[in-house]
Ligand binder design. Structure first.
Ligand code: HAM
Length: 436
């Protein structure tokens, strides 16, 4: 392809619903990751990373065949051998798969794991809703102690607070055990069928497989029909009600504010007992910053021993959208190596200024300094201006091609400068930095 053909080619853009993480966002993400690590590892969570794709069966079984995620939001592909793989739409089922696969039930319980990874959902892209997005998540497996529920929620609240996410509402509910939910489902279905004429088409279509999603509807007829609908909280067993009261008592003790919302519906099927969602008014339509809950039957459903579990995930992009902007923290530059543009060539190799500059750069880095050198053929004045933009503390200026090996070392903070032998520069910078 010649140059003209190249310039005539259409530009290729990132696919819809995806984005590039550029320097500024990447600095903010690094701050978020560091804070998540400090909070979660401080509470005994260990980092886990699972593969970007899994057997489709994992999500069909784990997340639930009737959920929107499984029905229409998965990016699935054939592995070439007739097996279906899916780009992970969420992290809980993969973590439970890993828990079973690595026999983690034999470790001391609960096993607490956290992740920060990208996930994929074929959703209608809009501000705050993407097809590839990042989540930070935390899962605690192997204990049904209500303190684990409360701790999990407190850790998410702490992370959002540290990131300056404002106007956060925490909504809390209990879905009870699977048996209670089954009975409730039937009653709700009966109620919805009795009001079928006023329901939206969407809700009508879901009566059979996913009646609880009716509570998510904005449709006025549906909302009206739901006014007299049975509520799940009235179906909780005595143990479930007690568990929920215990969780609330701990949140009260920790001073975490919440609202009980008996209509809270999560879009995944694995939940039992405690469920919660945190929203921020600082976000638009996609106000959910994070959410989670208990999934006491999931590990068993994936072939493991009966194991309770609870966790949450929060959207990285949404935390950053709703939070206080974090200043971009650029790595400080200890030394910038500049050199006089040379008229010499490679024949003069031992004295050729760019090569001497490269030697000094390598020595500086080997000594643990952060260092950069001129890479764009700027004039000496241009190089000094660039070093200033980088905030370099020292600039070493290598002379022309006379091979004298002398270097001018400029202290950019005080303006002083000295002339040194090239092999004395690194030592001088180290000494200067120590006196800061
Ligand atoms: P989720 O509510 O589906 O839960 O997602 C958690 C968070 O991920 C949401 O609150 C939102 O911030 C972010 N998120 C979800 N979809 C998108 C998207 N398309 N674009 C941008 N951000 C998005 C789960 O994924 C569960 N696995 C949480 C969990 C962990 N439950 C128990 N353990």
């Amino acid at each position: 392809m010649n140059g003209r053909q190249l310039s005539a080619a259409a530009k290729i853009k990132a696919p819809r619903g995806t984005f590039d993480v550029l320097a500024e966002q990447s600095a903010a993400r690094a701050v978020l990751e560091a804070r998540a690590r400090a909070i979660l590892e401080g509470a005994g969570y260990e980092r886990i990373e699972t593969p970007a794709f899994e057997a489709t069966e994992l999500f069909a079984r784990g997340v639930g065949a009737s959920t929107d995620i499984v029905q229409k939001e998965m990016f699935s592909l054939d592995d070439g051998g007739g097996r279906s793989l899916t780009l992970r739409p969420e992290g809980t089922a993969p973590v439970c798969r890993a828990y079973v696969e690595h026999g983690m039930h034999k470790r001391k319980q609960p096993v607490k794991l956290w992740y920060l990874s990208s996930f994929f959902r074929h959703e209608r892209a809009q501000a705050g809703r993407y097809r590839q997005f990042w989540q930070v998540g935390a899962e605690a497996l192997g204990s049904e102690d209500p303190s684990v529920d409360a701790e999990s929620i407190c850790l998410l609240a702490a992370l959002l607070e540290e990131m300056g996410v404002v106007s956060v509402r925490l909504r809390l509910s209990s879905l009870g055990s699977l048996a209670a939910r089954q009975e409730y489902r039937e009653q709700l279905q009966a109620h919805l069928r009795a009001h079928i004429d006023t329901l939206s088409e969407d809700v009508r279509a879901r009566i059979e497989h996913n009646p609880l999603r009716a509570f998510d509807s904005e449709h006025s007829g549906t909302r009206q029909a739901l006014q007299g609908a049975p509520l799940l909280r009235d179906f909780l067993s005595a143990e479930d009600a007690e568990h929920f009261a215990d969780v609330r008592a701990r949140l009260d003790a920790a001073g975490v504010a919440y609202e009980i919302d008996p209509t809270l519906v999560r879009g995944l099927d694995y939940y039992t007992r405690t469920v919660f969602e945190l929203t921020s008014d600082a976000l638009g339509a996609q106000s959910g910053v994070g959410g989670g809950g208990r999934y006491d039957g999931l590990v068993e459903q994936l072939g493991g021993p009966p194991t309770p579990g609870i966790g949450w995930a929060a959207g990285i992009e949404r935390i950053l959208l709703a939070g206080t902007p974090t200043p971009a923290a650029f790595a400080p530059v200890d030394l910038f190596v500049a050199y006089e543009p040379s008229s010499g060539g490679w024949e003069d190799l031992p004295v050729y200024a760019p090569v001497r500059a490269f030697t000094l750069l390598s020595e500086a880095r080997a000594a643990g300094l952060t260092a950069q050198m001129e890479l764009a053929g700027r004039s000496l004045k241009g190089q000094l201006g660039f070093a200033d933009t980088l905030g370099a503390r020292y600039v070493a200026i290598l002379g022309g091609d006379d091979g004298a090996g002398e270097v001018t070392l400029k202290d950019m903070s005080g303006g002083s400068q000295e002339t040194l032998a090239a092999d004395a520069v690194v030592h001088a910078v180290l000494r200067g930095l120590r006196t800061l």
